[in-house]
Structure formats: structure tokens, C-alpha cells
Design a binder for this molecule. Structure first.
Ligand code: TRP
Length: 493
């Protein structure tokens, strides 16, 4: 036995409780390295307050107006994770929809920090959503695996080890079903030494010049003893949002030192969990200061996937019972949900029948919301649960069936992802996509020498009669004059 320890601070304060009550309450903490729910006076974790973080960071909540526009534009019902508020917040999503409406190019960008070799459903869901966006909009996508980031931030990790995690994660991500024609996936340590990264590297160096230590410390809470690499890494995750970092995707050369202004001007949409927002505020603040300026990247933010333990918990790779892993067996899934999933049901069957359960805090119900597309079925479960007609066991059974189906299906696809397939995704190359097949608004005129082409002006007169060639030429000339006038005005401003 060791010596008895001196009473801890907590014990002392408990003893003092009568004179000075100590509250255990803490506020929620959300940043890229630390996500903690608020804690009440008694030490219970509370649910994350998403409207509060949105208000604090000045993002826009996703509302019906934008969802309706989304549906009108794409002809697709918004994904259930949009309908049900899992993706709840955005920045400049309307500008991406404008770009799409005009039939112009834009880039999807997302990523993952490979801190372990195995991914859980909390990790795969953002990628499922990104794949859905890629399918709906038919746009190019880059996926960044930041093995360099994890190496810098996690003292215990070795470079070769994180690289292996990244490869395993990359295969998991590919198994989600991304289209190899439209997707460039890269592991930082590999791409950054590939020789195809000149424009990425030049962008990143230029961006580092724009960032001060104070800005980085302000955004991330770093101190003077944070390693230099961690301070500098932000630039990489930021410039990854510039299309000009990947000229090969557009079949452009990346040999010269000048990045392509035309590519830099291509807008980008980043689906990510809300904790990544501080990174992208940096790029939004500085994108216009680049030599070849880029628009502020747009963002679509998700909530954190609820851990099996429920309210205030985020699925965590360090606690195997907090999450369903993509490698879990049928048996493990069943056991985890039956034994570890927090239930909103009552203590006993009698009480449950009498009082009913609470689906809002019921983890199996939350998971059903993630995976079941059928809104009516979901509503029925909630109603029946509240009435006490549906039991905790019934809810768990439905949940187990859905999750098992998802994981099994995933595992079948994952088994087919070979090293060769991984190579295809990781090869810097020209991608192929179609974008919006029916642009409804005329193309925006590019700045520079380009003339107003016939495409940018009307091809019919007011009565819907086709214009003669001459009339079209005249209209093009007028459009060009109008454009120059606008450009001058803009320059004056
Ligand atoms: N920093 C992220 C993480 O630790 C990885 C990442 C890089 C990322 N680029 C991204 C995540 C873009 C979302 C979107 O997981």
C-alpha cells in the first residue's frame, strides 16, 4: 500500500460545501482539438448548445428557405441529415447555389485527421454526406488526409505509423462510394513530396506569410510553447480549399511559379463538423489577400454524432464503447447497443407503459434518425415511444437492424478496396465531371480579355424570335460595353 494521499482539492471543497457551495458547472468548449459539452452544477454533461455556437461564431443556421432553394435547384429532396438538422449551419451556401445555378465550376473539399486506424460511424457520416453532395451536384472533390497534422499534434505518434492510419482510413473513405473520376484523395505527407504539389506549396507559403502568430494563437488558443509545426499547419488546411492548389484537376500545368488566377477564382464548399470552423475562418479572412485571390470558401457544418452514452458525448476513438466501429461484428454491434446505448425509456416496463419514453434523449432513436430515410416511420416510432406503446427493447431492436445493415454493407464494399484502387484515387490527375446540366442563369463574364460571347447574351428577341447573326453581334457588343462599365465601377470602389 502507498501512503494515503492528501485530500484532493475536490474533497476539500466538498467538506467546505456548507460554507461555500462549489458548482461543478462549466461551459461547453468547442475547438478543433477539444470538444466538451457543458456540465451542470452537479457535474452532469449537458447537450451541446448548437444555436449558441452558431451565434457565437456568427454562422447562419440552415433554414427552410435555403433547403427549398436547394430542392428547386437540384430537383432532389434534401438529404435526411439536412432535413433533420444534423447539418445545421452554413456560411455562404447560397453563393455556391448561385454558382451552380450559373453552371460554373466549384470544388468540394473535406478531410480527416487520421488519429487511429479504425473509423466509427461518427467518422463515416460526414463522408456519406459529402458523397451525396458530389452525386447531386456532379462536381470535383478533394479529400485531404492530414497525417502531418496528427503527427504534429499528438506527441505519441510516429510519422510512419500515422501514414499507415491514413492509408487505412483512405480505404474506408473510398468504400463509401466516391467516384474515382471526380475525386482526388491525398495523404499530406505523400502529396506534399510528390512533385505535383508546387502550386499547393506556393499557396501555402504565401498564406503563411499572411498569418501572424497572434492570429493563430487567437484562433486556436496556442501559446509560446506550442511547436512551430502546429502553428504553421493551419496554412495547409486552409489553402487546400483553393482550386489553384490542384491545377492538374483542371488539366492545367503546375510547373511555373504563378498560380492560375482562373482556378483561384473557383469557389469551394467545405462540409465539416462545426469544430473545424476556426480553421476556415482564417482562410475566409485571408483568401482575398492572395496574389491570385480566391473567394471565401463556403461551409456546411454538422453537429457531433451522439456517442452511445448520449447527451453531451461525442463519439470518441479512445473509448471503444462510445461508438460503433466500421469494423465491428454483428455480435459487437448488438452488445454495444443493448448494453451501452443510453435509453430515454423508463426504469421498469410498468413505468414505461404508464409514462412513456423520451425519444429526444434516446440514443437508439437518434441512431435510427441517422440511418432511416423514412420520415413517417420515424415519426411513428417517436409517437409510439412517447405513448409507452413502443418499448426500449423494440427501439433497440430497430436500431440494431439498421446499424448492422449499414456496417455489413460497408464491410462488403471495404473488402474490395485494394491498394491499386487507393493508388488511382491518390494519383494527381485531371478529373471529369459535368456540373449543372441545365444552368438557368447566363454565365458570368470572366474578367480579363475575354469578349462577351454569344452565349452570354440573349439568343432571342423580346417576342421569343431567334435573333439574326448581326443582331446577336450587336447584343454581344452591348453586353461587352456594359461589362466594362461595371468593371470600371467596381475598380473605382
Ligand atoms: N483537421 C481535420 C481533422 O483533424 C482534418 C481536415 C483537413 C478536415 N481538412 C479538412 C476536416 C476539411 C474537414 C474539412 O479531422
Amino acid at each position: 500500500m502507498t501512503e494515503p494521499e492528501p485530500p484532493s482539492v475536490a474533497a476539500l471543497s466538498l467538506a467546505d460545501k456548507a460554507t461555500a457551495p462549489v458548482s461543478k458547472a462549466t461551459e461547453q468548449e468547442i475547438n478543433p482539438w477539444d470538444v466538451q459539452a457543458a456540465v451542470d452544477e452537479d457535474g452532469n454533461a449537458l447537450e451541446f448548445d448548437y444555436p449558441a455556437i452558431s451565434a457565437k461564431w456568427n454562422t447562419k443556421l440552415i433554414d427552410n428557405v435555403i433547403l427549398e432553394r436547394f430542392e428547386r435547384l437540384t430537383g432532389r429532396k434534401p438529404h435526411r441529415w439536412l432535413r433533420r438538422g444534423l447539418f445545421f449551419s452554413q456560411r455562404d451556401l447560397d453563393l455556391i447555389l448561385d454558382t451552380h445555378e450559373r453552371g460554373e465550376d466549384w470544388l468540394l473539399y473535406t478531410g480527416r485527421g487520421p488519429s487511429s486506424g479504425s473509423m466509427h460511424i461518427g467518422h463515416s457520416i460526414p463522408f456519406e454526406f459529402t458523397k451525396w453532395l458530389q452525386d447531386v451536384f456532379d462536381v470535383p472533390l478533394v479529400i485531404m488526409l492530414t497525417d502531418d497534422e496528427k503527427f504534429l499534434f499528438k506527441p505519441e505518434l510516429k510519422q510512419a505509423e500515422v501514414y499507415e492510419y491514413a492509408r487505412e482510413n483512405a480505404k474506408d473513405i473510398i468504400a463509401i462510394g466516391f467516384d474515382p473520376k471526380k475525386t482526388f484523395l491525398y495523404i499530406d505527407s505523400e502529396f506534399f513530396t510528390s512533385g505535383h504539389n508546387r502550386h499547393f506549396d506556393l499557396n501555402s507559403n504565401e498564406f503563411m506569410k499572411l498569418l501572424t502568430n497572434n492570429q493563430i494563437r487567437g484562433a486556436f488558443g496556442f501559446t509560446g510553447s506550442t511547436n512551430v509545426g502546429s502553428n504553421a499547419f493551419a496554412a495547409k488546411q486552409c489553402v487546400a480549399a483553393f482550386a489553384s492548389s490542384y491545377p492538374f484537376i483542371w488539366g492545367e500545368e503546375g510547373k511555373s511559379w504563378n498560380r492560375h488566377a482562373k482556378l483561384a477564382a473557383i469557389p469551394c464548399l467545405i462540409p465539416c463538423a462545426i469544430d473545424q470552423d476556426p480553421y476556415f475562418r482564417l482562410v475566409r479572412d485571408n483568401a482575398s489577400r492572395m496574389d491570385q485571390p480566391s473567394p471565401k470558401p463556403a461551409l456546411i457544418h454538422s453537429k457531433f454524432l451522439t456517442s452511445l452514452q448520449g447527451a453531451g458525448g461525442k463519439m470518441s476513438a479512445s473509448n471503444p464503447n462510445s461508438a460503433i466501429y466500421l469494423s465491428d461484428t454483428e455480435k459487437q454491434i448488438k452488445k454495444k447497443i443493448n448494453n451501452h446505448a443510453f435509453s430515454g425509456g423508463q426504469e421498469t416496463l410498468e413505468l414505461h407503459r404508464e409514462l412513456g419514453g423520451n425519444p429526444n434523449i434516446d440514443v437508439p432513436y437518434q441512431y435510427i434518425c441517422y440511418f432511416d430515410d423514412d420520415d413517417e416511420r420515424l415519426e411513428k416510432f417517436a409517437v409510439d415511444y412517447r405513448k409507452g406503446e413502443m418499448l426500449t427493447g423494440d427501439m433497440k431492436k430497430e436500431c440494431i437492424a439498421l446499424v448492422t445493415h449499414y456496417v455489413k454493407d460497408f464491410q462488403e464494399k471495404r473488402a474490395k478496396v485494394t491498394d491499386e484502387i487507393l493508388e488511382v484515387f491518390m494519383t494527381p490527375r485531371k478529373l471529369e465531371w459535368n456540373g449543372n446540366p441545365n444552368p438557368t442563369k447566363p454565365k458570368k463574364v470572366e474578367s480579363g480579355k475575354q469578349k462577351g460571347s454569344a452565349e452570354e447574351v440573349a439568343k432571342v428577341d423580346e417576342n421569343g424570335q431567334p435573333l439574326t447573326k448581326n443582331a446577336m453581334k450587336k447584343a454581344a457588343k452591348l453586353a461587352e460595353i456594359e461589362r466594362k462599365k461595371k468593371e470600371k465601377e467596381a475598380a473605382k470602389k
